[in-house]
Design a protein around this ligand. Structure first.
Ligand SMILES: Cc1cc2nc3c(=O)[nH]c(=O)nc-3n(C[C@H](O)[C@H](O)[C@H](O)COP(=O)(O)O)c2cc1C
Length: 190
């Protein structure tokens, strides 16, 4: 598959089944991610790979964080929402959390380091597509939750940029490749 084919064919798939990327393919995906444009070559991106028991354990972190957010804001927690937080990582056999760790550089602001982690995330999705895997980028309230960050060894000032779900597309699913019309996206100048 060419790079352009992989870009066009990358589509979000909400539920993915096994197999997840094997060790070699995961390495290829992470190497693609870490090859993203990175101002100053600060390497601010970090990857937390969750599969199996680790997904279950992190689901408990997400549930507790949801309950804590409810308590903080005086909201009554909803059982169904708590359950969803606990189980949602199971929508794919592997989840890679991409975060940006502030390298506290004098010249490169954190927003650009975060941008590099975003670019890394897209590279990971494109690489997974090229290797034949399905994927989906998700975020939601947990990415801004200090408790979730702490569970990943991050500080408040660091950023979680995405929960990248990886696995295999269910049989029979039809994915339409991207073919966007770009004419209206081009701004005239001069
Ligand atoms: C930063 C970011 C966060 C996203 N978060 C979510 C999310 O929380 N839930 C979700 O369903 N999709 C999420 N998406 C996926 C987009 O909804 C998806 O890419 C979009 O629907 C276009 O579909 P495609 O990926 O097939 O092109 C996110 C995408 C990006 C770039």
């Amino acid at each position: 598959m060419t790079a352009l084919d992989a870009i066009a064919n990358r589509r979000s798939i909400g539920r993915l089944k096994p197999p997840a990327p094997n060790d070699d393919d995961l390495r290829t995906i992470l190497k693609a991610a870490a090859s993203a444009p990175d101002h100053g070559e600060l390497r601010p991106f970090r990857f937390t790979v969750l599969d199996g028991d680790a997904q279950d354990a992190f689901g408990v972190v997400l549930e507790h964080a949801y309950l804590a957010r409810c308590a903080e804001s005086g909201r009554e927690p909803e059982r169904a929402k708590a359950e969803k937080e606990r189980t949602k990582l199971g929508r794919a056999p592997m989840v890679v959390i991409v975060s940006a760790v502030d390298q506290e550089d004098e010249k490169i602001p954190f927003v650009e380091q975060r941008d590099a982690a975003v670019a890394a995330s897209q590279n990971a999705l494109i690489a997974a597509t090229a290797l034949g895997y399905g994927s989906m980028w998700r975020t939601g309230a947990p990415v801004d939750d200090p408790r979730v960050k702490a569970a990943l060894g991050l500080r408040d000032k660091d950023a979680i940029v995405g929960f990248l779900y990886f696995g295999t597309a269910p049989e029979g699913i039809t994915l339409t490749p991207h073919d966007p019309v770009v004419d209206d996206l081009v701004l005239p100048f001069g």
